[in-house]
Design a protein around this ligand. Structure first.
Ligand code: 13P
Ligand code: SF4
Length: 302
C-alpha cells in the first residue's frame, strides 16, 4: 500500500506540480519539497518554474507572491488559514492614508504584506535585499518602509538613510530579548550568534552576523566556526543540520516558533494535490500593480 509520501510524489507527477517550502516549515514538509529557501529565493523560484501547479508550503503572502509572478499556473496553499502575524487587516487602509499624506514619498513594502498593499507600493523587498532595495531609490525622495520597523531600522543603518518606518513587526522575532542572547552566550561561550533582521535593534547589536534565513544558513555552512546560536524561527535547524554535518546549533530562545508556519501537514499537501484546492488567486487589477513592485525588486542585485 502507498504511504502518504509516495502518494504525494505520485500526485505531484500527475499534476506536473512543484512543491516550494519556506525554511520555517515542519521538517517532514521540507523533506518532500522540490525547493526550500527564504522568501526571496522562493519568489524567484515561483517566477521561473515551468510546472503547471505550485504547491506553496508557507504562509499566504508567499503563495500570493507566487500567483502574482506566475498567474497562468495554479497556486495551492495547503494550509489555507496560514497568515502572517506581522500586520492586521487594517494595514491596507492605513497605507492608503499614508499615500495620501505623503504623495511624493516612495513606498517600500516587505514581501510579507498582502497583495493589496504590494499593489500600492513602488517596490517590494525581502529580508535578504532590504538594504539593496532602499539603496537603489533616488536620494531626494522620502521613503516609507512597511510594515516591519526592525527590518526597516536595519536597512536604515546599512544605507545610512532615514526612513519613515511603519510600527509593525514579527511577534516571534520581536519576542527575543537582550537577556536571551546574554544567557545563550554564557551557556555556549564558543558559539557565534546568527540573527534575523526582524529582531529588535538592541538585540541585533549582540549578533555576530545578521541576515535572512538563507543568509544565516549559508553563513553557517561557510564559516570555520563549529557552534552557533540561532536567532530566528526554529524551522531553519532542519536545513542547518543537513547542510552542516558535525556543527552544533542552539536556538536563542524556546519561543522562536511561528504557529502559522507549522500549519502545513503532509495530509494537507496530499489533499491539496488530490483536489487542486485550496487555491490562491490574486484578482487581476491587484495582480498587475503588485507584479510591478515585485518585478522591480527581482531586478535589484542583492
Ligand atoms: P526570510 O525573508 O528570511 O525568508 O524570512 C522572513 C520571514 O519571517 C518569513 O516569514
Ligand atoms: Fe510572519 Fe513572523 Fe511568522 Fe514570518 S515568522 S510568517 S514574519 S509571523
Amino acid at each position: 500500500m502507498e504511504d502518504i509520501v509516495e502518494e504525494i510524489l505520485r500526485l505531484k507527477r500527475e499534476r506536473n506540480a512543484v512543491i516550494l517550502a519556506h525554511v520555517y516549515q515542519p521538517e517532514e514538509i521540507q523533506e518532500i519539497a522540490d525547493f526550500t529557501g527564504d522568501s526571496f529565493a522562493l519568489s524567484r523560484q515561483a517566477a521561473a518554474t515551468d510546472a503547471d501547479t505550485i504547491v506553496f508550503c508557507g504562509v499566504r503572502f508567499m503563495a500570493e507572491t507566487a500567483n502574482i509572478l506566475s498567474p497562468d499556473k495554479v497556486t495551492l496553499l495547503p494550509a489555507a488559514d496560514a497568515g502572517c502575524q506581522m500586520f492586521t487587516d487594517a494595514l491596507e487602509g492605513q497605507v492608503r492614508q499614508a499615500r495620501a499624506d505623503h504623495p511624493d514619498a516612495l513606498i517600500v513594502s516587505y514581501v510579507n504584506t498582502p497583495a493589496s498593499v504590494k499593489a500600492m507600493s513602488d517596490i517590494c523587498c525581502t529580508s535578504s535585499n532590504a538594504a539593496a532595495v532602499v539603496g537603489s531609490l533616488p536620494e531626494d525622495k522620502d521613503v516609507i518602509f512597511i510594515p516591519d520597523q526592525n527590518l526597516g531600522g536595519w536597512a536604515e543603518e546599512q544605507c545610512e538613510r532615514p526612513l519613515l518606518k511603519w510600527r509593525g513587526g514579527c511577534p516571534i522575532h520581536a519576542s527575543l530579548t537582550v537577556n536571551d542572547i546574554r544567557l545563550a552566550r554564557i551557556k555556549y561561550p564558543q558559539a557565534l550568534v546568527l540573527m534575523h533582521p526582524e529582531c529588535r535593534p538592541e538585540v541585533r547589536e549582540l549578533a555576530d552576523y545578521i541576515g535572512s534565513t538563507s543568509g544565516i544558513i549559508n553563513y553557517a555552512a561557510k564559516s570555520e566556526a563549529t557552534e552557533f546560536i540561532i536567532a530566528t524561527e526554529e524551522g531553519v535547524l532542519y536545513e542547518l543540520t543537513e547542510r552542516c554535518p558535525g556543527k552544533e546549533f542552539h536556538l536563542a530562545s524556546r519561543h522562536l516558533l511561528c504557529p502559522n508556519m507549522k500549519k502545513t501537514t503532509l495530509v494537507k499537501v496530499r489533499d491539496a494535490l488530490a483536489t487542486m484546492e485550496p487555491r490562491v488567486v490574486v484578482p487581476p487589477e491587484i495582480r498587475e500593480r503588485s507584479a510591478a513592485a515585485l518585478t522591480k525588486m527581482l531586478s535589484i542585485k542583492g
